[in-house]
Design a protein around this ligand. Structure first.
Ligand code: ARG
Ligand code: ZN
Length: 877
């Protein structure tokens, strides 16, 4: 069944108030819902009431105050009832089995505690209800449970009553004063430890902050708590928005399909994004905790106070909130590092999605299963679209647009269109063409060409744009693309810009607005032949060819004063170098030497003493195998991997002394403490070690072993262990054992123990290892983090093993998906994305990949989730 944006109709009935009572029991929870309905003012008087319900049977269904039973029927997960009046209260009792809920959607059990996940459509597995985001109601929730086993009872809003029921059970009642859609409902019951703190808002509200986790991990919650306070403060100073309840609760759960969920006043989090301690979380995870805590907190305004009218508007809250959490991280960690990481994520996930069979616009027009649309396009491209608005309007006007959005739509279920209207009204600009970013899928491609005329001191920049066809969208209109640019003189300094016929001098950097298929810009008064610095800061989510020669790229890599572009120039240089070498290898059957031009450029960077270490580490990292493959007509992972490794080995041996000195300079014996500066130093040091271990001779092996044995933190353990494993060090199995004993008390640390092995062991061994690890006593198919650690890492981070020429890697993934699909369709469908790009591969791989997809399609009783991805992947291009 396909859902279409065009088919949207307002609900016939609204809900003013819903009162829920849960008698919690793992195998038979009784749910009573008293829902007060009122006919929508625009609905016809004979309109029926339609409620969603999945895997439910009503034990009781009655209209409060009426003797006779109401007329209703149930069909296809819908209950249709003839309403007795304009407004009435329905009493509905259902009974559900949380302990059998392996889909982790609705009410389920994780590690002995009850918890919920209702976005997007989980509430309909709890009770019959209009489970759509444009129905916003006030919730009052009573939880009843065994007091001993479930001492902590939580739901949204303020706790208004508690009671001891005398029979070993107790109860707690919560009231949330803010009307909300059902997807933001949450409850938690269990034996949990609590970390508490306070925050006083700008308005003087004293908010109690509560972080709940299992007892053994409560001492790992401090970092998340600090992050929460920073996020609350940041949102007040940047957006003038404060928290609006007296309590803010976060619960960490071990079994969770995604990262986290912004339920009103009661966020539920994957432990991966809460728990942080030196021996369980890497530096990158410390940063991810801050980012996700902020993300869910920012949803309180962009998501909860203003929610989405329907799921086609998902990016209204997700794109905007990702943009906001990225800005937060940029402020508290490093703006330039954050920007580069955001772009890397976009390129490694969203670009492939946008170029494949599941490509969809930021505002999709149809879907089969909404859970499949929590994608990188909705989230990350959506965030880029918001960022372009900020670039085009300037921060002050953008902020006014945000203020207007909040003023106009607070308490409403809004649309992308309404958001854009606010930006138009605040700026006085026509964003008609800009709206295409929401409805056209695919990544636009820009081609620049330029010419310098020394006699007239003019510089002419020509640019064209095209957007490739995507499923259902064969031709595209030109988009509105901001091009942030500068012209650099030979010292790397931006020259002042003035367009011929332009009124004003533009300053050292400007934003050109490309709105046509082709445009030419002529600058005057350009006294020296410039090097163009284009798409600075990645000013639009596009691909571009700046038509720069290797010399210009090397110059920008070393000198551009835009940190993103400095990094970017090195990446382009590396990709072009590697692709050339791939071509030569194909021609000659043997690997060519590393070109001197690349070696020289690399040397300049490695000697750079000025850049912050985190930035330098990024600058010295080669583009991923996947990113390089995306540039080939027919991608050959084995060849790309071989050439990339060859380049790594060549620079590693050539610059061994420089890497050794980098390592020494950033090595520290201090006890672990997370800070952006320390994390940057560790990243650079571990990058140096990683390169050095490409040539594992005794001194280097000794360094790595010393780090592994002496370090007090998992970042450095893995920094040594991973590359040691990759280079086949004879100590591997002993190290694996030692690392296990260090990790065994933390599920999150163990996930990295699993994933590092599966990622770093190369070749056919990796498959037998992955299979063996799924039999390990610490592995569990019902914990998504574990499945991702083994099967996800194998399929996504070990290209030579996954793409084994005999198809064995594909066969493994296909069997896993088929089995998982019966239990957890969301997780199964996610894993299918490793297959979606089969058409892009060399024929000897695309055929077995297609076969694996076909076998999946033939699997009996496939879920909607998996069916949608598999069938779209196989559909004629
Ligand atoms: N709204 C959550 C967040 O991004 C994610 C929910 C994902 N839900 C899903 N069914 N995939 O913060
Ligand atoms: Zn979100």
């Amino acid at each position: 069944k396909v859902h279409n944006l065009k088919a949207y109709r307002p609900p016939h009935f609204l809900v003013e108030q819903v009162t829920l009572t849960f008698e919690l029991d793992p195998s038979a929870t009784r749910v009573e819902a008293l829902t007060h309905f009122k006919r929508h003012p625009d609905a016809p008087t004979d309109a029926p009431l339609q409620l969603h319900g999945e895997e439910l049977q009503p034990e009781l269904l009655e209209i409060v105050g009426q003797q006779e039973r109401p007329h209703y029927h149930i069909e296809n997960d819908r209950l249709t009832l003839t309403p007795p009046a304009e407004s009435f209260t329905l009493r509905c009792v259902t009974r559900i089995a949380p302990d059998k809920n392996s889909a982790l959607d609705g009410l389920y059990i994780s590690g002995g505690m009850f918890c919920t996940q209702c976005e997007a459509e989980g509430f309909r597995k709890i009770t019959y209800y209009p489970d759509r985001p444009d129905v916003m109601a006030k919730f009052r929730v009573t939880l009843i449970a065994e007091a001993q086993q479930y001492p902590i009872l939580l739901s949204n809003g303020d706790k208004v009553a508690t009671a001891d029921l005398g029979d070993g059970r107790h109860s707690a009642t919560y009231e949330d004063p803010y009307p909300k859609p059902s997807y933001l409902f949450a409850l938690v019951a269990g034996d949990l430890a609590l970390l508490e703190d306070h925050y006083t808002t700008a308005e003087g509200r004293k908010v109690t902050l509560q972080l709940y986790s299992e007892h053994h991990s409560i001492d790992q919650c401090g970092h998340a708590m600090q992050a929460l306070k920073k996020a609350m403060q940041w949102e007040e100073s940047r957006y003038g928005l404060s928290y609006d309840l007296n309590t803010y609760m976060i619960v960490a759960v071990g079994n969770f399909n995604m990262g986290a969920m912004e339920n009103k006043g009661l966020n539920i989090f994957n432990t991966k994004y809460v728990l942080a301690a030196p021996h369980v979380a890497t530096d990158a995870e410390y940063e991810a905790v801050e980012g996700v805590i902020a993300h869910e907190y920012f949803h309180n305004w962009t998501g909860n106070r203003i929610t989405c009218r329907d799921w086609f508007q998902l990016s209204l809250k997700e794109g905007l909130t990702v943009y906001r959490d990225q800005s937060f991280s940029a402020d508290i960690v490093s703006g330039s590092v954050q920007r580069i990481q955001d772009v890397r994520l976009l390129r490694n996930h969203q670009f492939p999605e946008d170029a494949g069979p599941t490509a969809h616009p930021v505002q999709p027009e149809s879907y089969i299963e909404i859970n499949n649309f929590y994608t990188s396009t909705i989230y990350n491209k959506g965030a880029e679209v918001i960022r372009m608005l900020e670039t085009l309007l300037g921060w002050p006007i953008f902020r006014q647009g945000m203020d207007l959005y909040v003023a106009r739509h607070d308490g409403q279920a809004a649309t992308v269109e309404q958001f854009i209207c606010c930006m138009e009204d605040a700026s006085g600009r026509d964003l008609g063409q800009f709206r295409l970013w929401y409805v056209q899928a695919g990544t636009p491609e820009l081609t620049f060409n330029s010419l310098y005329y020394p006699e007239s001191q003019r510089y002419v920049l020509n640019v064209t744009q095209v957007c490739p066809p995507t499923p259902g969208q064969l031709s595209k209109a030109p988009m509105h693309i901001p091009i942030r640019m500068a012209l650099l003189d030979p010292d790397g300094q931006p020259q002042s810009l003035k367009l011929v016929d332009g009124e004003q001098v533009l300053g050292a950097e400007t934003v050109l607005e490309l709105t046509t298929g082709e445009a030419t810009y002529t600058f005057e008064g350009v006294s020296k032949a410039p090097t163009p610095s284009l798409m600075r800061g990645f000013s639009a989510p596009v691909k571009w060819d700046a038509a720069l020669d290797r010399e210009a790229l090397a110059f920008l890599w070393a000198n551009d004063n835009d940190p993103f572009n400095r990094w970017e120039s090195g990446q382009i240089l590396a990709v072009e170098t590697i692709l050339d070498m791939v071509g030569l290898t194909q021609q000659n059957g043997e690997l060519p030497d590393l070109p001197e031009s690349f070696a020289h450029a690399f040397e300049t960077i490695i000697k750079d003493g000025k850049s912050e270490p985190a930035l330098l580490a990024l600058s010295l990292s080669l583009p991923t195998t996947g990113y390089i493959m995306d540039r080939m007509d027919k991608a050959d992972p084995h060849l790309v991997y071989r050439v990339r490794q060859h380049v790594r080995q060549a620079v590693a041996s050539r610059f061994r002394p420089l890497f050794l000195s980098l390592y020494g300079r950033h090595y520290s014996d201090e006890p672990y403490h997370y800070s952006p500066a320390n994390a940057g130093a560790r990243a650079l040091k571990n990058l140096a070690l990683d390169y050095l271990l490409e040539n594992p001779e005794p001194t280097v092996l000794a360094l790595a072993h010393k780090q592994f044995h002496q370090a007090d933190n998992i970042t450095d353990w893995l920094g040594a262990y991973g590359p040691l494993l990759r280079c086949g060090s004879p100590s591997s199995s002993e190290l694996t054992h030692i690392l296990y004993t260090r990790c065994k008390d933390s599920a999150n640390a163990l996930d990295k123990w699993f994933s590092t092995q599966v990622t770093m062991v190369a070749g056919p061994e990796a498959l037998s290892l992955a299979k063996a690890l799924t039999q390990h006593p610490d592995f569990s198919w019902s914990t998504p983090n574990k499945v991702r650690a083994v099967v996800g890492s194998f399929s996504g981070a070990n290209p030579t093993a996954f793409h084994a020429i005999d198809g064995s890697g594909y066969g493994f993934l296909q069997e896993v998906i088929a089995q998982l699909d019966e239990k957890n369709p969301q997780l199964a469908a996610r894993l299918c994305t490793y297959f979606t790009r089969w058409r892009r591969m060399v024929p000897e791989l695309s055929q077995p990949m297609q076969n694996a997809l076909q076998r999946l399609l033939d699997t009996p009783n496939l879920s909607n989730d998996t069916y949608e991805i598999v069938s779209k992947s196989l559909a004629e291009a």
